[in-house]
Design a protein around this ligand. Structure first.
Ligand code: UD1
Ligand code: CA
Length: 457
């Protein structure tokens, strides 16, 4: 196999997006477009990957980190000019270079691999990944001669009326003989409607030199979408969403309404888990087997065990065990660690709290900055008073504690193992294990007092 290199074009501003955010950083299913491209290219065993950056260079670099080398294109003079910026790293090297646009996040690694194979089998100097699509508006058109061989690519804006009728388009992905590419780039001019140096012009240059130039036409046209505006962005989102949902369903996950279920690229889900409509799963989220998630549930970057039920709730950056029952209407905030067999009921907010095995907060509670042991029962309306307006303090509730309804636990405070807190208490001092603590005004009943108030008419 010849050496392989990759160039990813990601320097453009993306004017048509009408956005402060640089185009290639717009997310599709939760991940920036250019990162999808890098994910795919990484599967191709390339020796070197160079990403061309310009607009938002620092942000693109921060996003991709050490996964790619970078070449700066200070002025965006066109896609040929962009590739040329990689010359100091790649020029003259022997091998095949794949060029991919940072705004085509749907082209799969398998398709790129087929493009490489086609290119290598035909010993071509250039191979274009093309597709036939219903509406080719805006794309470069593949112009073939009477023998059906590729002659050149004409940009939409430069095309004649007849050329615009061609519905075979340039996907913006190519394989080139590396040395031939950098030689040909020197001959590209900007004599066209946009005054840009077009990478597709390399095709005609090589063809005129008598080199072998071919096209590999992909059948999976939904991969080829180039995202230039927000309409295409939503289309890419829909295509990728469908792809991801189908992957999960084939893996044994039931998705009741795929059109209304949003699963990010880095989410893993175990068999026989059921996802109900309106569920949004993002970040590095792992969900075990036989869970029930949703409806209308948002989970970001959580690790969840097996047979857990989460209904109409939101959970962020937390660990949740097996056989846990959450919701409806619970909010699990970051850094929570909820162990097996826990129940978190309606209108309960948990923040940065550990919940031991089998513990329960079934209704209307706020538990923040807390360590809750196992088999604890937190009564309805109970609150950890963790904040004095300046600092946050820890509440410790040891194993087997029973917190009566509507209690305030003013932190820092510890409720010892097996203790009881009477309903309505405001606890400000530690409670020893096995103690009953009552911290509320004693009830006074004043007999026949109502008449004395003289309020009745
Ligand atoms: C390009 C192709 C077109 C093809 C289409 C596929 C050219 C001239 N045209 O058109 O034939 O059908 O992609 O989607 O190549 N970029 C740079 N530096 C530049 C200019 C662009 O890095 O100076 C990057 C952009 O960030 C983008 C990519 O190159 O990721 C493509 O540029 P874009 O302006 O979107 O090209 P299209 O008009 O879509
Ligand atoms: Ca584009």
């Amino acid at each position: 196999m010849p050496n392989r290199y990759a160039v990813i074009l990601a320097a453009g501003q993306g004017t048509r997006m009408k956005s402060k955010l640089y185009k290639v950083l717009h997310p599709v299913c939760g991940k920036p477009m250019v990162e999808h491209v890098v994910d795919h290219v990484e599967k191709l065993n390339v020796q070197e990957m160079v990403t061309i950056i310009g607009h938002g260079a620092e942000m693109v670099k921060a996003q991709l980190g050490g996964r790619s080398h970078y070449a700066l294109q200070e002025q965006q003079l066109g896609t040929a000019h962009a590739v040329m910026q990689a010359a100091s790293m790649l020029e003259g090297k022997e091998g095949v270079t794949i060029v991919v646009c940072g705004d085509t996040p749907l082209i799969k690694a398998e398709t790129m691999e087929s493009l490489f194979k086609h290119h290598e089998e035909l010993a071509a100097k250039a191979t274009i990944l093309t597709a036939r699509i219903d509406d080719p508006t805006g794309y470069g058109r593949i112009i073939r001669n009477e023998k059906g061989l590729v002659e050149k690519i004409v940009e939409h804006k430069d095309a004649t009326e007849d050329e615009r009728k061609v519905n075979e388009i340039n996907t913006g992905t190519y394989c080139f003989d590396n040395a031939a590419l950098f030689e040909a780039l020197k001959n590209v001019s900007n004599d066209n409607v946009q005054g840009e140096y077009y990478l597709p012009d390399v095709i005609e240059i090589l063809k005129n030199q008598g080199e072998i130039v071919t096209a590999f036409q992909t059948e999976t046209i939904e991969e080829t979408l180039g995202v230039n505006d927000r309409v295409a962005l939503s289309e890419a989102e829909r295509i990728m969403r469908t792809r991801l949902n189908e992957m999960h369903m084939r893996n044994g996950v039931t998705i009741i309404d795929p059109a209304n279920t949003y699963i990010g690229t880095d989410v893993e889900i175990g068999q026989d888990t059921i996802i109900y409509p309106g569920t949004i799963l993002t970040g590095k989220t792992f969900i075990g087997a036989e869970c029930q998630i949703g409806p209308n549930t948002e989970i970001d970057t959580c690790e969840i065990g097996d047979e857990t039920v989460i209904r109409q709730s939101a959970a962020f950056k937390s660990a949740i065990g097996s056989h846990v029952n959450i919701g409806p209407f619970a909010h699990i905030r970051p850094d929570s660690n909820i162990n097996d067999d826990v129940k978190i009921g309606n209108f309960v907010e948990i923040k940065k709290a550990v919940f031991g095995k089998g513990s329960k907060a079934s209704h209307l509670s706020y538990i923040g900055d807390a360590e809750v042991g196992s088999d604890v029962n937190i009564g309805c309306g109970s609150i950890t008073v963790n904040y004095d307006g300046k600092n946050k303090y820890l509440t410790k509730i040891e194993d087997g504690v029973f917190i009566g309804c509507n209690s305030n636990l003013v932190a820092p405070v510890t409720i010892g193992k097996g203790a009881y807190v009477a309903a309505g208490s405001t606890i400000t001092k530690d409670v020893p294990g096995e103690a009953l603590s009552i911290a509320r005004a004693k009830q006074v009943n004043k007999e026949n007092y109502v008449a004395k108030l003289n309020l009745k008419k």
